[in-house]
Design a protein around this ligand. Structure first.
Ligand code: PMP
Length: 405
């Protein structure tokens, strides 16, 4: 079969692949615990359900403008004003099928063949693949001090005349780190002065713990929305726990939004009408909903830290946001794919190999699930990896036998 070179070079999404593996094991009746996926267990906000239901009941479910309904855009304008202190126009916004499409459209609209996009490790798995899909070159920058915090000096070394954009995700998937304000300021100022786009993937920006705050990049630029290099992507998936609704958006200058709208028009047309109404319901509804989700996740973070701190041999950084952490398991195994496979087979626990995020020897653990799953999942991992633990245990009615990696 003749498949294009480009398509062949794109790897699958490891998290979606693991979901599928876990689903198949569950179908066989195995009590799998999923610490892989980033998806809160909350119920959809009622205002989102009502928004969608009203639209459906109206029987008027048609195409909307490609870049989103005027009323959803109005809600996004309000959101941008409240959360970013920026007043933007409807022409500065495009609504997409999830933040994933926002990022793809953005990269597709900005990157010429051979243009370089700087991606900071540990990074969300899709960034490098998206850059490749636009025939661009992903340039991965890993902090040389071994931490999860990007450093300007490492980034400066990677910048070249081909650098088109830098992607920033804080709080960060997969490390859970919130980048320091001084770093955000430095990188915004650098990008503005050099004419490099700074794509701020803010999908977790309100899921921050311990009284911290994700400071918007806009705070550090005097440029208005038409001239700033700062571009913001966001969506309802994480902050409202509405992963299945597939609504995201981009805030950028008019010309870029116009181009992205053309790209989207030829690709998917508008996002689904009913789902746009749901997103509008969430954005216009009571926002205490977000705070209660945040508190639940913060509590989960505390549970996961307590469990991991008593896990011999591993090293873990305390996440300041998101619902992920990225412990270092090199004391047990350098190869994170082997380790994740081992834990799935032996302990029936799904984790995501760190190598997928550019950090070999680590595993991403999600604490977006229930406290019960988190505690039991980590207890099983400890059992599987501790040579002193009993050789046999029961998981449900299934006898599991431990053997070494
Ligand atoms: N950016 C990051 C960092 C993410 O983790 C995700 C989802 N896992 C997305 C973007 C995409 O979110 P959406 O569900 O809106 O497509």
């Amino acid at each position: 079969m003749s498949i294009s070179q480009l398509a062949r070079s794109i790897v699958d999404s490891p998290t979606l692949r693991l979901n599928e593996e876990a689903r198949l094991l569950r179908e066989r009746g195995l009590p799998v615990i999923h610490l892989g996926i980033g998806e809160p267990k909350n119920k959809t906000p009622i205002t989102a359900i009502l928004g969608a239901a009203n639209k459906l009941n109206s029987g008027d479910v048609k195409y909307t403008p490609t870049d989103g309904t005027p009323s959803l855009k109005k809600a996004i304008i309000k959101y941008t004003e409240e959360n970013y202190n920026r007043i933007v126009d409807p022409e500065n916004i495009i609504v997409t099928n999830g933040a994933k499409q926002s990022l793809f459209n953005l990269i597709f609209s900005l990157v010429d063949p051979q243009d370089e996009v700087i991606i900071l490790a540990p990074y969300w798995v899709s960034y490098p693949e998206m850059v490749k899909m636009a025939y661009g070159v992903p340039i991965i920058v890993t902090p040389k001090d071994g931490s999860f915090y990007p450093r300007m000096e490492d980034i400066l070394e990677a910048v070249s005349s081909y650098t088109k954009a830098i992607i920033l995700n804080s709080p960060n998937n997969p490390s859970g780190m919130l980048f320091p304000e001084e770093f955000i300021q430095e990188i915004v100022e650098f990008c503005e002065s050099k004419g490099i786009y700074l794509i701020m993937d803010d999908i977790y920006h309100r899921l921050v713990f311990d009284g911290g705050k994700a400071v918007p990049g806009y705070h550090f630029t005097q440029n208005d929305i038409e001239s700033t290099k700062v571009i913001v992507t966001n969506g309802v998936s994480k902050v409202y726990g509405m992963t299945g609704f597939r609504i995201g958006w981009v805030v950028a200058n008019r010309r870029l939004v116009e181009v992205m709208t053309n790209v989207q028009a030829q690709m998917t047309s508008c996002p689904a009408t009913i789902l746009q109404s749901a997103a509008e319901g969430a954005l216009n509804g009571i926002q205490s909903y977000v705070e209660s989700l945040r508190l639940t996740i913060e509590n989960n973070r505390n549970v996961v830290m307590q469990e991991l701190r008593s896990f011999n041999g591993i090293r873990v950084n305390k996440p300041q946001g998101t619902f992920y952490c990225l412990p270092d398991f090199r004391a047990y195994q350098e190869d994170s794919i082997e380790l994740a496979d081992f834990l799935l087979k032996k302990a029936l626990v799904v984790t995501v190999p760190g190598v997928e995020f550019g950090f070999e020897g680590h595993l991403r653990i999600s604490y977006s699930g229930t406290v019960k799953d988190i505690t039991e999942g980590i207890a099983r991992m400890k059992w599987a990896l501790d040579p002193e633990s009993p050789r046999e245990i029961y998981i449900g009615d299934r006898k599991m036998v431990r053997d070494w990696l």
